[in-house]
Write a new protein. Structure first.
Length: 364
């Protein structure tokens, strides 16, 4: 099997493509994999780090507001399609898989024009612009949330697969993770705003930490992010955090902290939601308002409606509301158990296998 994959711009588009590539290689060791992406980009870094070859096209994302720059970008997109066709002619893939982001558009579109079978994967509830465009001629559309069905006309092409989750999330139990992290029997709250951090989450946790440093009723770990860490440390200066509270800039073994937690406070990006539901972790989700189509709110709402999370919108009352929800939930074991069960019910743990099977069935 020869597979060309395209997805880029953010890790949320690239990581699913890498997971799919790894699954194909695992199931079919003789398969040939090639990625298409933009030079000097995140996809170049992440794909090459995983040991996969990558071919390059020239492309940029459209401005969401009316802009003369879009004229230049449109011309570049045409050039990108031409470059993608050359890559396809040279590689001769059996199927092209697009995982979203502007870089996948020209590649999937070129494949469709050349009669190559295409599969696209949408990570969020609301499909992105690229997905909307290329879905019309796609052979299969893999979706990650049940509510996504409402946003596609081609219902017969839809396959609910969920988002690929890293294997590490299934490598350790909650009790093992707690022991490894040195946690005791008190409730453990883990908060993260992603690699860069989220100011709103950090502000909520600074207030909570200042109180819990004295009361010591729960254990707290905050991954404050590259942007937010210095400010958080400054705000907590002079406070004795003790052994039960820790603040990091970034956490590489994120899966251990999520698995060990009783409650997670986080944004609601697609991959975060997939990881939380895969291991059934109750969460307070604070959607970022600074994303396309407000997709994080729809992601959070899908999990909250299913009973696996509480959604708190970002506004002038966010800190008060988040602290209220934490206080209400963290000592309510019955409620947390119900949320854990509901979250687990929504989790799709074999997402990568389902996507692989979809590709296989398409080619059979």
């Amino acid at each position: 099997m020869k597979v060309l994959l395209a997805g880029g711009g953010t890790a949320g588009h690239i990581n699913p493509a890498v997971a799919i590539a790894k699954m194909i290689q695992k199931q079919e060791p003789g398969s040939k994999i090639l990625f298409a992406g933009k030079k000097n980009s995140m996809e170049e870094t992440l794909v090459q780090k995983e040991g996969f070859p990558i071919a390059f096209i020239e492309i940029a994302g459209f401005q969401r507001k009316l802009s003369l720059k879009n004229v230049t970008i449109a011309a570049q997109a045409v050039k990108g399609v031409s470059q993608a066709k050359k890559i396809i002619r040279d590689f001769e893939p059996d199927v092209v898989v697009g995982t979203g982001g502007y870089v996948s558009g020209p590649v999937v579109f070129a494949a469709q024009q050349m009669g190559i079978k295409t599969v696209i994967h949408e990570q969020n509830v609301i499909p992105g612009l690229t997905t909307k465009i290329v879905s019309r001629a796609a052979d299969k559309i893999c979706i990650s949330f049940e509510p996504s069905r409402a946003y596609f006309k081609q219902k017969d092409k839809l396959v609910l697969t969920g988002n690929p989750v890293r294997a590490e999330f299934f490598s350790i139990s909650q009790s093992e993770a707690r022991a490894k992290l040195g946690l005791d029997s008190r409730p453990f709250l883990f908060a993260t705003g992603g690699s860069l951090g989220a100011e709103t989450i950090n502000r909520c946790l600074v207030d909570l930490i200042q109180k819990q440093a004295r009361e010591k009723q729960m254990q707290i770990v905050l991954a404050a992010g590259k942007s937010g860490y210095p400010q958080v440390i400054k705000q907590l200066a002079g406070i004795n955090l003790g052994e039960h509270i820790k603040v990091f800039e970034y956490i590489y073994n994120m899966h251990e902290y999520i698995i060990a937690s009783d409650l997670v406070v986080a944004r609601s990006g697609a991959i975060t939601c997939a990881e939380l539901t895969a291991v059934g972790r109750p969460a307070i989700l604070i959607p970022s308002p600074n994303v396309a189509n407000n997709h994080q709110e729809y992601n959070a709402k899908a999990i909250a409606d299913g009973g696996g999370a509480v959604m708190v919108k970002e506004d002038e009352n966010t800190i008060i509301n988040v602290l209220y929800e934490i206080k209400k939930l963290v000592n309510d074991q019955r409620r947390l158990s119900i949320m854990q069960e509901k979250s687990c019910q929504m989790g799709i743990r074999n997402s990568t296998e389902l996507i692989y099977q979809t590709i296989l069935e398409l080619l059979s």
